[in-house]
Ligand binder design. Structure first.
Ligand code: SRM
Ligand code: SF4
Length: 580
């Protein structure tokens, strides 16, 4: 139950239940009335002094702000992580025996932390000595060449190699060993797939409409905006050292649909299509984020920018956050905490102060239709371009092996134009298929595995990496969620899609708070009070204009006891019935 309600000066409302917290917009008005709203505290002038300064081309924390900083800040101060890339220090590191690196604290920090600036995540706990790699794939648009290259890369690693589609429209691959990294980086450059600035205190993949440019109903094509943002964020692949020392991770998306496929309410910065005095541009939402201790929906910055100011605005928001964000308790360093501290108006003023083109306009007229019914991507759908179609395919829990990736690349080349799209639900879209090729595409054996017509439950299943590879995982997610969903399909009749999200720990990478039914890995107790893997079950998350974050309804259900609990929730809340 909800035990305490805090009302922040900036209208973001966070309720806390034990150690967990949820933003609840629907009940906001009621709660505001019940609680006196504290006036935003006056901001002391010295609070607005930037805490970082440029030194030899890199941004570092000033001496006077180095007390009470978190361990990650200390690792960044001890050695600039970006130098592995910008000064090619990775060459030397890759030549050093792994055991030697792992025998000292600085070496451990390099392999476990600093390499994340290159998109390399050491899987110490479950795949010792091997790395997961993550990319920059603006708007989730990849192609057959990149897919083949990734497939070749993981093939080398045999049973240790596989690939995932992520909840930020991205590829991740596994099995990489350090000595291969310099060559791998060169290969990635050839196929135009950068991996830099994808982990730790960097900007994450820029998300857009997966149907960008081909969607007959889109408001705007988000792909060019995501590409421009990405070019700025990583300085066109050369690395943007101005923004590689943020206080924490940071997410951005550009909305192009009424469907809100892009999840604007859970990004640190979201561009919402809007007009102002008849000119097209974007209204700005800021501060949306999820973390173990607090989840907050993005709030309006009361700002509108024309198209040509999309990148400049992103730059000044990032610089404001970099300069002023706090770097103490790491659970309180996401951008919303800074917005809370300053108040949204002061935050806006700080952003505006940095904007070279002058004052930022107040919000314009939103173009998103709030009554729009979210569409499904699956199957064959007409594109904006006459005679062309996109085909939505279901990839069970987003996991791929090399042989399927080679096949996928072949299909993209033979039937389309080589392009492949990734959705934030970890599925695929093959665009640009001419009418006359549809029939034979649908007969391809790969589509038996990656179905264009999954069951309503499988269609909406999302699962994070979980404890199979992720050291933070408390529970296994992918195999288990697939099995449970198949059991539900076999036993339950559903009349509407039910979105099931499984996440292995409170970091909520699979966003359980936006799911109809969300499962968050936790330690539970079985009937003999023995500790076992289990899940906290969340209910009632909504996406789209009616967004709402789900709430915990069944804490600590042992993994082996999920089926009856979920069946009951499906009957009670989603009109499902039991099959005869
Ligand atoms: Fe995440 C950390 C996987 C999307 C919140 N996330 C991690 C790490 C890197 C932890 C680790 O080192 O093992 C996971 C890597 C596991 C692995 O081996 O794959 C990991 N996160 C993922 C992915 C792959 C989940 C998936 O299966 O799709 C997603 C990759 C997206 C991408 O392409 O970049 C992924 N993570 C998210 C999202 C969803 C989103 O962005 O919409 C969130 C919640 C939204 C948010 O961040 O506001 C998310 N991940 C976290 C957090 C909690 C952040 C916080 O402020 O506390 C962590 C932990 C951290 O940063 O300290 C984390
Ligand atoms: Fe790992 Fe937890 Fe994220 Fe799942 S939610 S990928 S277990 S950090």
């Amino acid at each position: 139950g909800v035990t305490r309600v805090q009302v922040q000066s900036n209208q973001s409302i966070t309720t806390e239940a034990g150690s967990r917290s949820f933003a609840v917009r629907a009940s906001a008005e009621r709660d505001v009335k019940a609680n006196a709203v504290a006036a935003p505290p006056a901001i002391a002038e010295d609070r607005l002094i930037p805490r970082v300064e440029e030194r030899d081309g890199y941004y570092v924390l000033k001496e006077e702000y180095r007390t009470s900083i978190n361990p990650s800040e200390k690792i960044k101060l001890a050695k600039e992580p970006m130098k592995f890339f910008t000064e090619n220090e990775i060459e030397e590191l890759a030549k050093t025996p792994f055991a030697e690196l792992d025998s000292s604290k600085p070496g451990k920090d390099d392999i476990d932390v600093r390499l994340k600036w290159l998109g390399l995540f050491h899987r110490r706990k479950h795949q010792y000595g091997r790395f997961m790699m993550r990319f920059k794939l603006p708007n989730g648009i990849t192609n057959s060449t990149q897919t083949r290259f990734l497939a070749e890369t993981i093939t080398k690693y045999g049973k240790d190699g596989c690939a995932d589609l992520t909840t930020r429209q991205n590829w991740q691959i596994r099995g990489i060993v350090l000595e291969d990294v310099p060559e791998l980086l060169k290969g990635l450059e050839r196929v135009g797939l950068p991996s830099i600035q994808t982990g730790m205190d960097n900007v994450r993949n820029a998300v857009g409409n997966p149907l960008a440019g081909i969607d007959p109903h889109e408001i705007v094509d988000t792909a060019p905006f995501c590409k421009d943002l990405n070019d700025y964020i990583i300085n066109s692949g050369k690395g943007n050292v101005q923004i590689t020392n943020l206080p924490r991770k940071w997410n951005v998306c550009v909305v192009g649909t009424h469907d809100l496929f892009e999840h604007p309410h859970i990004n640190d910065l979201a561009y919402m299509p809007a007009t102002k005095d008849g000119v097209f541009g974007f209204n700005i939402l800021v501060g949306g984020f999820f973390s173990p201790k607090r989840c907050a929906e993005a709030i309006p910055m009361d700002a509108w920018v024309p198209e040509h100011d999309v990148v400049p605005l992103c730059k000044v928001i990032l610089e404001t956050y970099r300069d002023l964000g706090t770097r103490g308790n790491r659970q309180k360093t996401r951008m919303m905490w800074l917005i809370d501290e300053l108040g949204i108006e002061e935050f806006r003023a700080e952003v505006e102060k940095r904007m070279e083109s002058g004052p930022i306009q107040r919000a314009g007229d939103d173009l998103v239709d709030p009554s729009w019914k979210r569409r499904s991507f699956y199957g064959v759908n007409a594109q904006k371009q006459e005679g062309l179609h996109y085909v939505g395919l279901h990839v069970p829990v987003g996991r791929l092996q090399a042989p399927e990736m080679f096949e996928l690349a072949r299909l993209a080349d033979e039937y389309g134009n080589g392009e492949i799209r990734i959705t934030v639900e970890q599925n695929l879209i093959l665009p640009n298929i001419p009418t006359e090729k549809i029939e034979s595409l649908l007969k391809e054996p790969l589509l038996e595995k990656y179905s264009p017509n999954p069951t309503p439950l499988l269609a909406n299943l999302v699962a994070c990496t979980g404890s199979q590879f992720c050291g933070q995982g408390i529970a296994e997610t992918k195999a288990r969620s697939l099995e449970l969903t198949q059991q539900l399909d076999a036993t339950m009749e559903t009349t509407r899609p039910i979105r099931l999200h499984f996440t292995g720990c409170p970091n909520t990478c699979a966003q359980v708070q936006v799911a109809d039914i969300g499962f968050m890995g936790t330690m539970a107790r079985d009937e003999n009070r023995k500790p076992v893997e289990g899940f906290d079950i969340y209910l009632g998350g909504r996406i789209g204009s009616d967004s709402h974050l789900g709430e915990l309804v069944r804490p600590g259900v042992p993994a082996t006891k999920l089926l009856p609990v979920v069946q009951e929730l499906m009957i009670e809340h989603f009109g499902a019935t039991r099959k005869a």
